[in-house]
Design a protein around this ligand. Structure first.
Ligand SMILES: Cc1cc2nc3c(=O)[nH]c(=O)nc-3n(C[C@H](O)[C@H](O)[C@H](O)COP(=O)(O)O)c2cc1C
Length: 413
């Protein structure tokens, strides 16, 4: 199985991606938060920085464009191609009212003929880059996806990522994974399913529902538990469900070289295309994964029990190290405590969900409150150290127990 990291604007920027690929295996591709195309045909400094090859060294990155204008889109595709990318994703799924009001993102799903013209305007110019699409099921009715598939099937998409909700559903409800087998049966492009995978069980259920499904894209589940991809692939490997195509896509890269069939990254290390192409590809996670020490793997505080010998569960020490790597990255790249702590609080909003809610009066309770209130780097570092000095137990089977909303975490509280 191929596991792709979903883009989350404001969270999965290059600092986060670099920290993740350095510490965790199992993710084949990291999708970049969207770049909106403009008639001005310029990349903003922040967008250029996020997509720059130097900032994505050692990971397979796929930039994403949000556009409704084929000619503008072609300019951006060419700019990304010249930066060295071989694959780009088109965002046809964003439900944000500020995006849909402009007729972009998921709003484009309401006009199948307009969508066909948009895609035709791109593909007919042979942009010299592989193009995938991230779509929702439709505007109101999930069965709209079948009409949309007849549009998508006309084009040589590199991949179709289906987020299993309509625009009207935004991020509410469990989505419609039950449609997956029929979508799979009708989709010509390699299909990837996205939505609500928080535990290895969720990924297994998708595979049971649709045994041919080889790709899933995960967002919040991987932010909540950064070892989730490793745990999913380990579980599948242990139960003999991993397809040969995915072998080599998890686990650490052996010292001194790759596994058999390993795909070498293109120069620059992003947008990795398998030599010889083809969709039955196996891809490695980032090459910059340092091995964890035995102490860290066994971890004084194991906080997840879903791992296996081949793919150990997340340890508190590992999680702490990851949070520190992200924090250091933000300190080096963002101006001052306000943006750094804002980003860290957003991340902790997801991380907190891994742990049992601490009892009032305990040190973990006070530490979490300190993290939420932190105004200075010192506040943050003190509270973070106190939390990991004695973290609460995890409640593995109940993801998202405390946080009903998808976003709007601590930073926005
Ligand atoms: C804060 C936030 C930002 C997001 N930004 C993007 C984005 O830039 N591009 C995109 O295609 N999807 C974006 N998404 C949607 C996610 O990629 C993903 O489809 C969604 O979270 C559902 O998957 P999950 O259940 O695995 O989290 C965003 C979602 C959230 C919550």
């Amino acid at each position: 199985m191929i596991i792709e990291f979903a883009p989350l604007e404001g969270i999965t920027g290059f600092v986060f991606r670099r920290a993740h690929v350095a510490l965790f295996s199992g993710v084949s591709d990291y999708y970049l938060p969207f770049i909106a195309t403009h008639a001005t045909r310029t990349l903003k400094t922040k967008e250029r920085e996020d997509a720059s090859p130097a900032n994505n060294a050692g990971l397979s990155a796929v930039p994403q464009l949000l556009s409704k204008n084929a000619d503008d889109c072609l300019w951006y595709l060419d700019a990304l191609r010249r930066m060295g990318y071989r694959r780009v994703n088109l965002n046809l799924g964003c439900p944000s009212p500020t995006v849909t009001a402009k007729g972009k993102g998921a709003a484009m799903l309401g006009d199948a003929e307009g969508l066909r013209r948009f895609l035709d305007g791109i593909f007919s110019k042979e942009p010299g880059i592989r193009i995938s699409v991230k779509t929702r099921l439709g505007i109101e009715d999930p069965s709209e996806i079948f009409g949309l598939l007849s549009v998508y099937n006309r084009f040589p998409l590199d991949e179709l990522i289906v987020h299993g909700r309509t625009l009207a559903e935004a991020y509410r409800g469990a989505g419609h994974p039950e449609l997956l087998p029929e979508i799979f049966g009708q989709c010509k492009a390699p299909l990837c399913y996205n939505g609500n995978v928080f535990l290895p069980d969720d990924a297994e259920r998708l595979r049971e529902l649709c045994p041919g499904l080889e790709r899933i894209m995960i967002g919040r589940g991987l932010i909540r538990n950064p070892a989730l991809a490793r745990e999913i692939l380990g579980r599948m490997e242990a139960s003999g469900k991993t397809t040969p195509a995915a072998r080599g896509g998890y686990g650490r890269i052996p010292e001194g070289g790759g596994s058999p069939g390993r795909i070498l990254e293109v120069p620059g290390g992003y947008g990795g295309i398998p030599e010889g192409g083809g969709s039955g590809r196996s891809r490695e996670a980032g090459a910059a994964s340092p091995a964890l020490s035995a102490a860290e793997l066994s971890g004084s505080c194991i906080i997840s029990t879903s791992g296996s010998a081949a793919s150990p569960a997340l340890s508190a020490a590992e999680l702490s190290r990851f949070l520190d790597a992200v924090y250091q990255g933000y300190r080096e790249t963002l101006p001052g405590p306000v943006p750094v702590l804002g980003r860290m609080k957003e991340l902790w909003y997801y991380t907190e969900d891994l742990f049992r809610t601490p009892e009032p009066g305990t040190s973990a309770f006070r530490a979490l409150r300190g993290l939420k209130k932190a105004r200075t780097f010192r506040d943050y570092e003190t509270a973070k150290a106190a939390f990991f000095a004695c973290p609460p137990e995890m409640e593995e089977g109940t993801p998202w127990k405390k946080n009903a909303a998808l976003t709007g975490g601590w930073a926005k509280a």
